[in-house]
Design a binder for this molecule. Structure first.
Ligand code: UN1
Length: 495
């Protein structure tokens, strides 16, 4: 397949960057060119924000069920184009075919779910304290959303932001990750195909530090939603502060799987392998720590090592590949630097810990599934987000200590416990300080109708997905209708 030349989508037109400059997107498994994209400037971003603002004036007045009809069409088109999008995702992002299909499926599910909100989006009615007076609350659209998305879920995460924004009556300027612009472009093209009016959704490609930052600082963009690193999250929060924007941040994780003595070990090994090495560990929900109690600590090590060593590395397009490439050279180097840090800290490297180069893997960026044991909870490999196929096994004495260790990091996205003891399970569900906790499953696998997000430094209190997402993309308005024909004064005339 030849490389495509792609454009920005602004005000319903496909356009090059004002300067004509471009950047490339390459297959992380082979280095092949996938597409060429506009390296946009702040003028391009200004035009997109202006288009989104203009479109908002009419989009906000389109009845929500009508807005939703377009989303239903988008979801249907995603179903029809699932194979094509899956294939493109494997080529541009590198995850294996089944996982890429899952990413597209997540977008399908989210878009259908949010389309359903068009006929709900419930507010409240409530009695007034005064006679002949009616009270209700309604959700109001806010304006233009700046949606800044990562490369690890190149269609799913954009859908988490764009679908709720549109059904709520907001318009969007979308800045996809520079590593996966093609998928961002295709996603937007589907909204165009579904009949979304011009300007309601715009995409501007380019560098986060240039166009992303300009979007965050733009006075005409009241909502910013970012999924990215903690460092970028802090910067976004700061840059958005002078305009008092509402900012939704979905940042890092350092997710732990707790394995108790009474656990079903086969199940735990399956859950850990999937959560630690799926998507080559490049999920914010990846299991990068395993906390095991006394009796299973040794047994789990040998089972996980043999599982990791049986995993086949390769292009996600090849049948039988378990682990695809990591996204780019810089990621590969960062992941390997953590192996060196772990060894330097005195952790025991059980397997992996190296770049894989055999059988042509050197054309791409492959890292062997890596497991450390004898990890102290305070070590950097047990504290910092690596975003690669590396996990650290830590010993704990009992469930209380395991929970304490699990909670002893700055992040709080996902957690899991494998146990057959209902008392331990419920204690963990209450005590683990994460936005998501699984019992007898790994740390990944969030469903679209439940709130997704984390506690502590994983975010700033907002949630995406489910009903909770509506709270970010709308503002509440309280309405009072007095039909008494007299001036009634609340708090004063109610005795
Ligand atoms: C992410 O890693 O940024 O639950 C999102 C999961 C996926 C989403 C992960 N459905 O792991």
């Amino acid at each position: 397949m030849g490389a495509a030349v792609c454009r920005n989508y602004i005000g319903g037109e496909w356009v090059d960057a004002a300067t004509g400059e471009t950047f490339e997107s390459r297959d992380p498994a082979t280095g092949e060119l996938v597409g060429v994209f506009p390296l946009s400037t702040i003028e391009d971003m200004d035009r997109a924000v202006a288009a989104a603002n203009e479109a908002w004036e009419s989009w906000r007045l389109v009845p929500a069920p009508k807005r939703a009809e377009i989303l239903f069409r988008v979801a249907q088109l995603l179903v029809e184009r699932k194979d094509e999008l899956t294939e493109l995702m494997v080529r541009e992002m590198g995850k294996v075919r089944a996982e890429a299909g899952g990413d597209v499926q997540e977008a399908i599910d989210m878009t259908f779910y949010m389309a359903g909100e068009g006929r709900r989006m419930f507010g409240h009615t409530t009695p007034s304290e005064l006679p002949d007076k009616f009270c209700m609350s309604v959700r109001m659209p806010v304006g233009v959303v700046g949606a800044i998305t990562p490369w690890n879920f190149p269609i799913a995460i954009p859908s988490w932001k764009i679908a709720p924004a549109l059904v709520c009556g907001d318009t969007v300027v979308f800045k996809p990750a520079q590593d996966t612009p093609f998928l961002g472009e295709r996603f937007v093209e589907i909204f165009e195909q579904a009949g979304l009016p011009a300007g309601v959704l715009n995409v501007v490609h380019g560098a986060g530090a240039v166009v992303g930052q300009h979007l965050v600082k733009h006075p005409d963009v009241p909502l910013i939603s970012l999924t990215g690193s903690r460092e970028v999250g802090v910067l976004v929060q700061q840059n958005a502060a002078p305009h008092l924007k509402n900012v939704h941040l979905e940042l890092g994780g350092k997710n732990a799987v707790i394995v108790m003595d009474d656990a079903d070990l086969d199940l735990a090994v399956d859950g850990i392998a999937w959560s630690a090495f799926g998507t080559s560990g490049q999920r914010c929900t990846a299991a990068s720590r395993v906390i095991a109690t006394g009796r299973v600590y040794e047994e789990l090590q040998s089972r996980l090592v043999s599982r990791a060593e049986r995993m086949r590395l390769g292009s996600g397009l090849e049948e039988g590949t378990d682990v695809g490439p990591v996204i780019n050279r810089a990621a590969l180097e960062k992941i390997h630097s953590y192996t060196e840090i772990g060894v330097g800290e005195g952790a025991k490297l059980l397997t992996g810990g190296e770049v894989a180069t055999e059988n042509g893997l050197d054309r791409g960026h492959f890292y062997r599934p890596t497991i450390f044991a004898d990890v102290d909870p305070g070590m950097r490999i047990a504290q910092e987000e690596i975003f690669g196929p590396t996990t650290a096994i830590i010993r704990a004495g009992d469930v209380d200590e395991a929970i304490r260790i699990a909670n002893g990091v700055r992040f709080g996205l996902s957690s899991s416990i494998f146990t057959r003891d209902v008392n331990k399970a419920f204690k963990a569900m209450r005590e683990l300080r994460t936005g998501i906790t699984y019992v007898n499953a790994g740390t990944t696998g969030a469903e679209v109708h439940l709130p997704f997000g984390g506690m502590k430094d994983t975010g700033n209190g907002h949630r995406e997905a489910g009903q909770a997402a509506l709270d970010f993309y709308t503002e509440w308005k309280a309405l009072y209708v007095d039909y008494s024909g007299t001036l009634q004064r609340a708090q004063i005339d109610n005795q």
